[in-house]
Each structure stands twice: as C-alpha cells, then as structure tokens.
Design a protein around this ligand. Structure first.
Ligand SMILES: [Zn+2]
Length: 396
C-alpha cells in the first residue's frame, strides 16, 4: 500500500470514505487504511436520537489506542447519558460484538467510563463505545483501532548482543567462550536453551531461564559457556529463546573455531614457538599490513608477514607481553595504563607500550629491535618482571 503512487492512494482513500459513509463497517478493510478511517466520524448513520433534550454522545480517544499490556483500559467518554449503560464493542468477523459492559449506569451528565479489554495475543482490533438502554444501543462512538503492542524482546549484554561477540569467532584451545546475557523488554519469565550442533542435531548444553525483574525491562542474567576443547575444530552453537503467547522467540547461531596454536604451520608456527613459554594458547593471525596488535579481550595477537626471524621474535614477544598484561590486570585496561604510566613516568598508551618492550626483552627478545624503549633499568624492569610473573606492581 505504501508503495502505490500518491494519486492512487488518494482515490482509494476517497472510495473507502464513501463506503464508510454508506454505513459499511470500516473494519473489514486492511489495517493501515482502517486505522486512517477510524478517525472519521462514520457512526452517524442509524444513530438513534435519545428523547432527552441535551444530545447524548459517546466517544473514545481521538488517537489510536495502544497498550503494552494484555489488559487494556479504554476510556469511554459520555455526555448526557445519565441512566444509560456504557459498553465496549469489538468488530469481529463481520459484526460488532459487545465485549464489556459497565456494571452500573452512567450517573453524571459528563462521565468517563473505564472499560477493560483483555488481549490473548498481540493484535490490533477495532473497538467502539456504545450506550445502552436495556439491550438497545442508543448511541455509539466512532470506531477506533486498539493495539496490543510490544517491542520485540532482544538480547542485551555488556559483551555484545550477538552470541560470543567478543570472541570474534575464535577461542583458544583449552579455553571457553563465555557470554552473560539478559533479555530486554520482557515482562514474563522466558525459557531457552544453549545448544551445540553435534552429529546432525542440536544438543542442549544448558537450559536457560530468564526472569523478569520488578520495575525493569531487563531480565535476570544467564551465562552460556562453550566446552573447552584442545582440538582445532569449528563448532556451531545456538542460543534459543522460546516464544511466549505474546512474544516471538529468538534464535542465534554462531560458529566458533576452537584453535590450537600447536597446529599452526609456517610463519604463525614460527611466531608461536617464540612466545609459547609465556603465551602457550595465544592464537595468532597473520594478515597483510605493517603493524601488529594484541586483540583485547581475546587471547589472540595479529602479526604482519615479512619480518626477519629476529624481527618476528621481537614483535611476537611484544604482543605476547600485552596478552600477559591483560591476564595480570584481569582485563582492567585503565588500571594497567595508570600503573605503568606512574612507574614509567609517561602518559597515554606509552607506559604499557614501554613495559611491553621491557617484558619482551625479559622473555628473550633482541633489544636492538626496541621500538618503544630500551631503558628497562631499576623500577621499570622490576615492574615488567612483576607483571610477567602475574603480579600487579605497587605504585608509590
Ligand atoms: Zn604494543
């Protein structure tokens, strides 16, 4: 409908308006058009004029009614309806059906009556207010759409909304990928599963139960963890959130390569051999370029090709030093940065970069390759040695 030329839409709207004026119920129309039509005062045909002098009127809100809960309240605004009974009708099949009736009659000349409507599932229905004298309708409002809406639940996590996002598809041999997940926008308990694809079928590794938290759209958290495997192998994992009556389910499938550096060949194998005493399971990516980096928070370094043997030894050990820094400081980058800057009398990234050089030399890197510093004396060298030994150096 949205893709039709504007002129056709206009003509169509006019035809629909004429149909409505001819007292055809508007609700049989497709939803987008019906919503537009609902705002038109179509209910004038056939309305009984009450005997009272002042005109009896009934109206709903003049904008679409939206609820985010299965129980909706619809305000029926009445004027000059004393003694009449307000009721709510829903258009169903091809006729209006009364779905709620006020327990008492209207008592004031201007009164809003709160009608309730219960949805069994997310849907948009057409409703209207009526005023009854006995079982006879004496006034009716324009029809109006009533929607039970809900933003879809999604996965919410400080570690990314995609399963094992921080692992970027790889986990070192003997280590586990782990992800703590909450659901956002869920008002009911949700069940799910964490599964691994084995031998042609999905095997559940963990059943998951997220619970709503009062006053929050965040559910409780669930943590999923891959098994550790020492063989280099790609495995498929799946996160499943079951559907509920009012919400669709979710499913995410990711492939994780469990990677054992012992299986490397060529340049990567050479680099692995240089670092294996300190970074035995650290994964190595060799890719084009002219810089190397350590991929926090993964246990992985990236190296560039073409270095001489001694050059590769220095670069690989410098990046391995960053891996050791990450492990020693337990992923607290800010604390690591502050600690080294205090000891090395530096700012920004310079402290931990110089420390990585000092750590690399301590691990056997040739110091004539020093890029950041070759001054590893005194407190500087002691701090490098401490971090290498897994201890956070104290700062005076
Ligand atoms: Zn560095």
């Amino acid at each position: 409908m949205r893709q039709l030329p504007a002129s056709i839409v206009t003509v169509l709207a006019l035809v629909l308006a004429l149909l409505a004026a001819a007292a055809a119920p508007a609700a049989a129309l497709p939803q987008p058009a019906a919503a537009t039509l609902a705002a038109r005062p179509v209910a004038v045909v056939g309305t009984a004029v009450p005997a009272a002098a002042a005109k009896t009127t009934v109206a709903l809100n003049n904008s679409p009614l939206v609820t985010y809960y299965p129980s909706a309240t619809v305000n029926i605004k009445t004027k000059n309806a004393k003694g009449l009974r307000a009721a709510l009708q829903r258009y169903s099949g091809s006729k209006w059906v009364t779905v709620w009736k006020a327990p008492t009659s209207v008592a004031k000349s201007s009164q809003t009556v709160a009608a309730s409507y219960k949805f069994s599932k997310r849907a948009t229905v057409k409703v209207r207010g009526t005023l009854l004298k006995g079982s006879k309708i004496v006034a009716r409002s324009a029809s109006q759409s009533l929607s039970y809406q809900k933003w879809p639940t999604w996965v919410q996590s400080a570690q990314g909304s995609t399963l094992f996002e921080q692992n970027r598809g790889r986990v070192a041999a003997g280590e586990k990928a782990s992800h703590t997940l909450q659901l956002y926008y869920t008002d009911v308990a949700r069940k799910g599963r964490f599964q691994e694809y084995r031998g042609g079928k999905w095997v559940t590794l963990k059943n998951l139960n997220w619970k709503p938290q009062p006053g929050s759209w965040y559910s409780t958290a669930q943590t999923v963890t891959t098994p550790a495997t020492t063989k280099t192998a790609s495995k498929k994992y799946r996160l499943v959130v079951d559907s509920t009556a009012n919400d669709a389910g979710l499913s995410q499938t990711v492939t994780i390569r469990h990677e054992n550096p012992e299986d490397y060949t060529g340049y990567a194998q050479q680099a692995h051999e240089f670092i294996q005493d300190y970074c035995p399971s650290t994964m190595i990516t060799v890719r084009p370029g002219s810089y190397a980096e350590s991929m926090w928070p993964e246990n992985r370094i990236e190296l560039y090709p073409g270095l001489t043997e001694l050059g590769l030894k220095y670069v690989a050990l410098h990046e391995c030093a960053h891996v050791v820094q990450r492990v020693t400081f337990n992923n607290d980058h800010a604390r690591m940065s502050e600690t080294f800057n205090a000891i090395y009398k530096t700012t920004g990234s310079t402290g931990y970069e110089q420390a990585a050089d000092c750590m690399a030399f301590a691990m056997g890197a040739p110091d004539n390759w020093a890029y950041y510093t070759s001054n590893c004396k005194g407190e500087r060298g002691a701090a490098a040695a401490a971090v290498l030994a897994g201890k956070i150096p104290s700062v005076k």
